[in-house]
Ligand binder design. Structure first.
Ligand code: EPZ
Length: 418
């Protein structure tokens, strides 16, 4: 297990290149199973979740290799419909494979998916959607077993705008017979990216980015090449890093329209943010005013994946902030660790009541999920004194070279083997 050793208190300056979005690449990898022709994902980040998904594709029989920063997938030889349980338990996004594997092979089997422990994370909406498309879905001893002689289009209404369920239904319906309508669909930019990718493969999808998506089933899909959209959560993490440490950062490749809700909050705190060409600039000088209230909600609301970093920032703003986590039941595991660094936070149910302090102090802290680990790292590089952050496996799931990018911007951070 690795840990970060950090000497905090230095401002950040420089330019950071934003990776392709983890939560766009993962469904694209699942989609590659829908064709027997070559698929190329350019600028593919070598983060743990992506590498795990690539390993699953290999277990299904796909041939994969990296050529520079491009991932080349040859799905022609894919023939196995069973997603290995050990890998499925590693990765929440393995569940997207249900839709594409059952569409390709007429059957699929997957152990209940794992992923970061941030809540119950049910898959009932995924299974309801597949059943609406004519897929027989059974649960057998901790696994989900799907069978279908040919999915047929249907109207699917989601009880809540689930990102994964929207993506799974898209993957299962793009080659179904007839048309499908997804109502109350999730509107995240990553779903627009998936629509664009599937349409480049010959799909006929419209409406992604809105809450109604229309799919006209096509008999087959062909190969394609694609550069995924930039990671808005990584970009938001670095914007919050600058707000906590002070200084001036330029984020290369970030799309400002995808992080408008965060930019709005950071301006409330008194950061200066502007976008020009394909960069977002942030400058943070002087006192940070509390944003008063941060409520997570589905896109385009404030992203739940930036709640933990935002909670860390609220700890050193003047005044009090209420943070409300509306999407996941247990996404405040970073709070006890922030309190060890001198934060003043009280959690009641889905709300965290933060009273700002002048500065956090160094401590030895432990990450327990991906975005919480990022939040603790930001707290440590902004704190007075030295800290360690252990269990970097969580951070490695979603951030490529997180410490290298922070160090290049002036943070005193290094990774050591424990
Ligand atoms: C995706 O997870 C992201 N993961 C998550 O990012 C992100 O936090 C989440 O969307 C919300 O934006 C990937 O894209 C790989 P959901 P997903 O289905 O699809 C409930 C990160 O840090 N729900 O939109 O699992 C669920 O309990 C990760 O990068 C059901 O009730 O999220 C939650 O309350 C963490 N039944 C809400 O919907 C279902 O069948 C949102 O979940 C599915 C979901």
């Amino acid at each position: 297990m690795d840990k970060y050793v950090i000497e905090g208190g230095r401002p950040l300056y420089g330019e950071v290149e934003i990776q392709s979005a983890k939560n766009a690449v993962l469904p694209l990898l699942a989609a590659s199973v829908l064709t027997d022709e070559q698929v190329v994902i350019r600028r593919c980040p070598r983060i743990a979740d992506v590498l795990n998904m690539v390993q699953i594709l290999g277990e299904l029989g796909c041939k994969t290799c990296f050529e520079g920063d491009a991932l080349v997938i040859d799905p022609a030889a894919a023939a196995n419909h069973e997603i290995p349980p050990a890998l499925a338990r590693e990765l929440r996004s393995s569940v997207f494979l249900l839709g594409s594997v059952v569409a390709r092979f007429g059957r699929a089997r997957i152990a209940y998916p794992g992923g970061c422990d941030i809540g119950l994370r049910p898959v009932d909406l995924h299974l309801q959607g597949l059943r609406r498309l004519g897929v027989d879905v059974r649960e057998e001893g901790g696994s989900i077993v799907c069978a279908c002689e040919g999915a047929r289009g249907a109207e699917v209404v989601l009880d809540c705008p689930s990102v994964g369920a929207t993506e799974n239904i898209l993957l299962a319906s793009v080659t179904a017979k007839g048309s499908t309508l997804i109502r109350n669909a999730a509107r995240e930019p990553e779903i627009v990216d998936l629509q664009n990718f599937l349409n480049k493969m010959g799909g006929k999808i419209a409406g992604a980015g809105t809450s109604v998506i229309a799919v006209e089933g096509v008999p087959r899909l062909h190969g394609t090449e694609h550069t995924p959209l930039p990671d808005r959560i990584e970009a938001g993490t670095f914007l919050i890093a600058a707000a906590m440490c002070g200084g001036k950062l330029a984020l290369r490749g970030a799309k400002s329209e995808n992080i408008a809700s965060l930019a709005h909050k950071l301006r409330e705190i008194s950061c200066k943010i502007h976008a020009k060409d394909d960069k977002i600039y942030i400058e943070c000088v002087g006192a940070r005013r509390s944003p008063k209230l941060v409520e997570t909600s589905p896109y385009p609301g404030f992203p739940t994946d930036l709640q933990a970093p935002m909670t860390a920032l609220a700890c050193i703003c003047e005044g009090s902030t209420v943070i409300v986590e509306n999407l996941f039941e247990t996404r405040f595991k970073h709070v006890p660790e922030l309190i060890r660094m001198g934060a003043d936070i009280t959690v009641r149910g889905r709300s965290a009541f933060v009273r700002g302090v002048p500065a956090l102090h160094g401590a030895d802290v432990c990450a327990s999920d991906l975005r919480g680990g990022a939040a603790l790292t930001l707290a440590a590089i902004s704190a007075e004194g030295c800290s360690t952050v252990v269990d970097l496996g969580f951070i490695d799931r979603g951030y490529s070279d997180f410490e290298g990018k922070l160090r290049a911007a002036g943070a005193r951070i290094r990774r050591v083997r424990v």
